[in-house]
Design a protein around this ligand. Structure first.
Ligand code: ATP
Length: 529
């Protein structure tokens, strides 16, 4: 099996070769950190979106969805704090002129140290295996040998070093201590990947919002009237909070969900669809009574993790990471991290946003953002009355979820036997997310088999996405469907003409069974429901 960096590259190539993701405007050499979803990718993405949307707006009784515009009144972004605070600390290398996000530069160095540690672990482990069990000594002794070899090679120092760098970085970021961060970079001799030097500028803040002009009345240098491309979808929910609450007669606690594009002028935009300049978010803001935020925060942390697991994603690939430095609007925040082939990274954020956003919009718009709660407060025996609700936010990047799903699904399998070399690449998507659910394959192009296959296609396609193919050998067609992640293939052969049965092949086990044609729909529907 390819190592993880290779696996990541293999996934990127696979995405392109099989129509999942293409670089944007590729004929002009692409646009950095912008991608287009192809015929397979757009289906997979839509299925992820639908799964999230359904879990929020259909399975939860008190969450409704909206679709707000990307452009918003410019004051929105002053009120939300994005004009002043949506910055990342950046540092430039004076020789290469390359700009880095400070945390990414340091984390990149930490990744290198971890890699070094892994190599030593592997080496000491290999030696342990050779000296240990095979030499007939006890496990305890063998472990000691392993430990000593790792220590001798300096493994523990390396581990201690990266741990301490990460700790210092978190502490310095939390204090916005830019001088301290620069010293950390210099002391560890962290180099620019292009120039290979440590010749760094001071650290500065850089705003991540894209701006544009609106109509003909606004000039681009009129700072007050700049129109921004939203950097998050959340504000579209906040400004519509009362519209939805009143017209939907919503009672607190309730949520508003939204899926939509967001734009950030990421400086270090890399790692495929993990970090893009144009991406999609699936966000839900849950409005609650002040004082109840702790319990709702915990509830949404658990609910969201369950959602991931309900897709069959393995629990050990997830972990929570509490924020050390809280954003200006939050009183608690964590990331749900997923173990991508590039390591554990943020997939989703859960934020307790207090009443910050609604309060700010009330102040800037001079419109009341209050809710009247006529439930009785047991402490006073009176209704809770008017208040600005608190908010718990769940925010997941659709593109990152796409990457998580495809990374988890991607497998290179060696199927060689004693007399034949063979292999396959299979995408083991959960059936409900697979772009194509059923491939219908007549064994030959004649003898009336295509007609039967076309009839199956006609019966099944109103219910789920099917794909018909009669070209190439059946083995090749199976492999192609494996590479697209199609969970079921049916083959129509000569026996079908006699007894109305077909062979259904299961993608993961490659097992085949004979089933009556009329059972097909039920089998697939059961798997995707
Ligand atoms: P990061 O620390 O990785 O920059 P963030 O903390 O700024 O992310 P949030 O503002 O919490 O991200 O956004 C919510 C979610 O949106 C993230 O968990 C992530 O899945 C997604 N997201 C954010 N920025 C990008 C991006 N540039 N490309 C793709 N997805 C993104």
């Amino acid at each position: 099996m390819a190592n993880d960096t290779n696996k990541f590259q293999a996934i990127i190539s696979h995405c392109k070769e099989y129509g999942f993701i293409f670089p944007s405007s590729e004929i002009y050499d692409g646009l950095q950190a912008v991608y287009d979803y192809g015929q397979m990718g757009s289906e997979l993405k839509k299925n992820i979106k639908d799964y999230w949307w359904k879990s929020m707006t259909q399975l939860e009784d008190n969450i409704v969805g909206i679709d707000a515009a990307i452009f918003m009144h410019p004051t929105t972004w002053k009120a939300s704090g994005h004009v002043d605070n949506f910055n990342d600390p950046m540092i430039d290398n004076k020789d290469s002129k390359k700009r880095y996000r400070v945390d990414h530069l340091i984390e990149g160095y930490v990744d290198q140290l971890m890699e070094e540690e892994n190599i030593l672990l592997e080496k000491s482990g290999k030696e342990y295996k050779e000296t240990g069990p095979y030499a007939g000594i006890s496990e305890e002794e063998a472990n000691k040998i392993f430990h000593d070899r790792f220590a001798q090679a300096g493994g523990f120092e390396i581990r201690e070093k990266w741990n301490s760098i990460l700790k210092s970085m978190d502490a310095l970021l939390a204090k916005d201590d830019f001088a301290g961060l620069k010293t950390l970079i210099e002391e560890n001799k962290i180099k620019c990947a292009i120039s290979g030097t440590c010749n760094w500028t001071d650290i500065r803040q850089f705003n991540l919002m894209f701006s544009t002009e609106f109509g003909s009345t606004v000039s681009s240098d009129d700072e007050d009237n700049k129109v921004y491309l939203r950097p998050e979808t959340a504000q579209g929910i906040f400004v519509n909070f009362l519209n939805v609450q009143k017209t939907g007669r919503m009672k607190i606690p309730f949520g508003i969900a939204q899926i939509g594009k967001a734009f950030r002028n990421e400086i270090v935009a890399r790692q495929f669809v993990f970090r893009m300049r144009e991406f999609e978010q699936m966000e839900m803001q849950f409005f609650i009574r002040p004082g109840t935020q702790k319990e709702w925060y915990e509830k949404w942390k658990a609910t969201r993790l369950e959602w991931h697991k309900s897709l069959g994603m393995p629990a050990e690939k997830y972990r929570f990471h509490d924020h050390v430095k809280l954003a200006h609007y939050a009183d608690a925040a964590c990331d749900i991290e997923f173990e991508f082939p590039i390591g554990f990274k943020e997939l989703e954020g859960i934020h307790s946003r207090t009443d910050f956003d609604l309060k700010q919009h009330q102040e800037y718009s001079k419109k009341k953002m209050q809710y009247f709660d006529n439930d009785v407060d047991p402490a006073t025996g009176k209704p809770y009355g008017n208040y600005i609700p608190y908010v718990i936010e769940t925010s997941i990047g659709l593109d990152r979820m796409f990457l998580a799903v495809i990374s988890q699904a991607y497998e290179e399998q060696d199927l060689s036997t004693a007399d034949k070399q063979d292999s396959r690449v299979v995408l083991k998507f959960p059936a409900k997310l697979a772009p194509i659910k059923l491939a219908i394959l007549p064994l030959t192009k004649k003898d009336g088999l295509p007609e039967i296959a076309e009839q199956i296609m006609k019966d099944c396609k109103p219910h789920f996405r099917c794909f018909y193919e009669e070209k190439d050998s059946i083995g090749k067609r199976y492999r192609r469907m494996d590479a697209l992640g199609t969970p079921f293939c049916v083959t129509v052969d000569h026996q079908t003409k006699e007894d109305n049965t077909v062979t259904i092949r299961h993608r993961d086990s490659m097992e085949q069974e004979r089933v009556p044609i009329e059972k097909l729909k039920e089998i697939v529907l059961n798997a995707i429901s």
